[in-house]
Design a protein around this ligand. Structure first.
Ligand SMILES: [Zn+2]
Ligand SMILES: [Zn+2]
Length: 466
């Protein structure tokens, strides 16, 4: 098991043992042990992913203060991505996995394989020597569940297939609906989901970034407030100035998402969000721009003050007017909940991270991309990496124990050290990315300045002139 976790095959293990003057395992014995471990794959995956899914459910129920029972199906946003064993589009093995956006836990994963060792060797032999028996043999091979080919098509489509498998079992396995998919540019999987419609004919799987998902919560909460109160004969929507119309809700939702994007810290995000609604409450008699950012850029009121003009004209210049007396009692609790620092902290993290990549790195370190591996081995790597990714060294220890291995203090210590290193590396990478971005924008600005100067006939400093 240790050699599988560290990415060593039988040959590597032999070399390692040789150097240490230790007895080693024959390749066949190694494979026998490995296969015995692989028979536990299914159980492992169930254990790991069900645990993650139940945490995700709990978090979502708490976060959005839902009052629901055990069986209630919750919709969540996931980030989905694929990865291949070999580069290019000839890989025989591909993985797709999804991570919950709010908690950052791996909740499911699927491995696609185009290769089967038995088919490639014994199968080919039979086909060559006794072709009339091949069909029968192949049938028996598949019925016995030995065949590891679970996919037909081009390697590029593996990601799509994985998405199909994961989406179609989400409700049955986890009681979760993956209604929003965060994906980086490549949307072949999303196009397939639009065709497949895994949940119901009128529920499209959205593709967007996580901030918009939280924004959608605001839209839903506001619409609910309107419909709930209309039952109590209080009209928040309807016609007229300052009402919570469908258009106003749409705009508030956009302001909310923008406010989160613009804020660098959760506090700043919260302030921006509060500004978006209080700016709307303002009238000439009762201006409420206390949250609006200072400076002339965003708020006309602050602009007038900066220019020493008398601020007026709220009627014309507030784009989304809201009736303070009517709406504030209903909006205040909604905004309090959706602009809570706790919630915003999570948005801040998730928009800057690509946890999927980091996870795949950990998977491929368990079965090196340099060599070919069987489906079962990649699955084992995926599940053990997921356990560690979700729970840290503790997760791995649980797996080891559940497979009947001992876990000592030493293993725990090494695991902790690896975890610290991973965290350090991920912060470093983020800082480096930010630096790179700054450089690019600075260079672009400089170039624009030079071009402008050249146009105006001013000094044009070209590089290399001196
Ligand atoms: Zn086969
Ligand atoms: Zn304002």
């Amino acid at each position: 098991m240790s050699s599988l976790l560290s990415g060593m095959g039988p040959y590597c293990l032999n070399n390692f043992c040789e150097a240490l003057e230790m007895p080693s395992l024959h390749k066949k014995t190694f494979n026998k042990f490995a296969n015995r471990l692989y028979t536990q794959n299914q159980r492992l995956s169930n254990e790991i992913f069900s645990k993650a899914a139940s945490i995700v459910r709990k978090e979502h129920i708490g976060l959005y203060s839902l009052e629901v029972g055990e069986d209630y199906v919750i919709d969540i946003s996931v980030s989905f991505d694929g990865s291949w064993l070999t580069r290019g589009h000839k890989s025989l093995i591909g993985i797709g996995c999804m991570i919950d956006v709010v908690t950052g836990l791996i909740i499911d994963g699927h491995v696609c394989s185009l290769h089967c060792h038995i088919c490639a060797q014994a199968g080919e032999f039979i086909r060559r020597e006794t072709p009339h028996r091949y069909k029968q043999w192949k049938q028996a091979h598949i019925t016995k569940g030995e065949c590891t080919i679970n996919f037909a098509g081009s390697s590029g489509m593996m990601e799509v297939k994985a998405a199909e498998v994961l989406w179609s079992r989400s409700v049955e396995r986890h009681k979760l609906l993956y209604t929003t998919m965060v994906s980086d540019g490549d949307s072949k999987a999303h196009t397939m989901l639009l065709e497949l419609m895994p949940y119901s004919p009128d529920e499209e799987v959205q593709k967007e970034d996580c901030i918009n998902h939280v924004g959608k919560r605001l839209g839903a909460a506001l619409r609910n407030a309107v419909s709930d109160n209309s039952k109590r004969e209080v009209t928040l929507g309807g016609r007229g100035r300052g009402r919570l119309t469908a258009k106003a809700i749409r705009r508030l939702q956009i302001y909310y998402s923008r406010a989160i994007r613009a804020g660098k810290t959760p506090e700043e995000m919260r302030r921006n969000i509060m500004a978006s609604v209080h700016h709307g409450y303002s009238t000439d008699d009762l201006p409420q721009h206390m949250f609006c950012p200072p400076g002339p850029d965003l708020c006309f009121y602050k602009k007038s003050i900066a220019e020493h003009m008398y601020p007026s004209g709220h009627k014309k210049r507030v784009h989304t007017p809201l009736d303070y007396n009517l709406l504030h009692p209903y909006l205040a609790p909604i905004y309090e909940r959706l602009a809570s620092l706790e919630l915003l902290k999570k948005c801040q993290l998730k928009t800057t991270q690509n946890p999927n990549e980091s996870f795949y790195h950990s998977v491929w370190s368990r079965c090196s991309k340099k060599n070919f591996h069987s489906l079962k081995r990649v699955e084992f790597a995926l599940f053990s990496a997921a356990a560690e990714f979700n729970d840290g060294p503790v997760g791995l220890a649980v797996i080891k124990r559940s497979l009947g291995f001992q876990v000592g203090e030493h293993g725990h210590r090494v695991g902790q050290a690896r975890m610290r290193k991973r965290l350090y590396k991920s912060t470093q990478e983020q800082q480096q990315k930010a630096k790179k971005r700054k450089k690019v924008t600075a260079a672009a600005r400089e170039k624009a300045r030079q071009e402008k100067e050249a146009e105006e006939g001013g000094p044009a400093y070209l590089s290399g002139i001196f």
